[in-house]
Design a protein around this ligand. Structure first.
Ligand code: HEM
Length: 173
């Protein structure tokens, strides 16, 4: 996984829960010395998942709660700073979500070793979108948290439901 994800996770933990919790998380994950991470660094998926699991233990929260906290932070804080361009001119959560497949393909096009998730879209009526998640990583809970973050950003009360391990249902208001 690209370092940018870990940098965002770290910033979320340090800002919302304090530096000590991040240090505790790394220690629990068996990382004695924090390596220097750049946005474009490649970090082993297992290491990232290990850190996320340790974080859940340190904060005494579930994986779903961690995914929601990350999704909110990524969409409403982190990406507003470094990926602002993707939000320019987009007025609704629907339009933003429909761009996400090409955004993931685009942002990672020039990053060697990136394996971005891809999405397929299917409408079940006018207001109900099924987003199919295509990734080997199994991070559907993060996808749900990120979509909730998108709803918050656009001030829309989205109903977001996980349908198994590769589909999310989004009902727009
Ligand atoms: C401006 C907004 C966004 C940008 C620039 C962005 C970019 C990225 C990047 C660079 C990665 C790492 C890919 C890799 O390591 O190969 C990633 C991972 C991921 N993104 Fe986004 N993302 C954005 C918003 C979203 C949203 C709204 C969703 C939900 C639909 C989403 C779902 C995911 C998931 C689930 C992953 C984890 C990797 C995986 O499951 O394979 N992202 N994103």
């Amino acid at each position: 996984m690209k370092g940018v994800i870990v940098l965002a996770l770290k910033e979320m933990v340090v800002k919302n829960f304090g530096e000590d919790k991040w240090k505790e998380t790394l220690a629990k994950a068996g990382i004695d010395k924090e390596p220097r991470v750049l946005a474009t660094s490649d970090i082993d998926d297992r290491t990232v998942l290990n850190v996320v699991n340790s974080l859940c233990k340190v904060l005494n929260i579930s994986l779903v709660q961690a995914a929601d906290a990350f999704g909110d932070y990524w969409v409403n804080v982190y990406s507003q700073r470094i990926y602002k361009a993707y939000y320019v001119g987009v007025k609704t959560a629907k339009d933003f979500l429909l761009k996400m497949d090409s955004v993931h393909a685009q942002t990672t096009r020039n990053m060697p070793n990136a394996h971005p998730p891809r999405f397929e879209y299917e409408w079940e009526g006018e207001k109900t979108l099924i987003m199919k998640y295509k990734s080997q990583r199994g991070l559907i809970d993060f996808m749900v948290g990120l979509i909730k973050g998108v709803g918050k950003h656009f001030n829309e009360d989205l109903k977001v439901t996980k349908l198994g391990s590769d589909k999310v249902k989004v009902v727009f208001p």
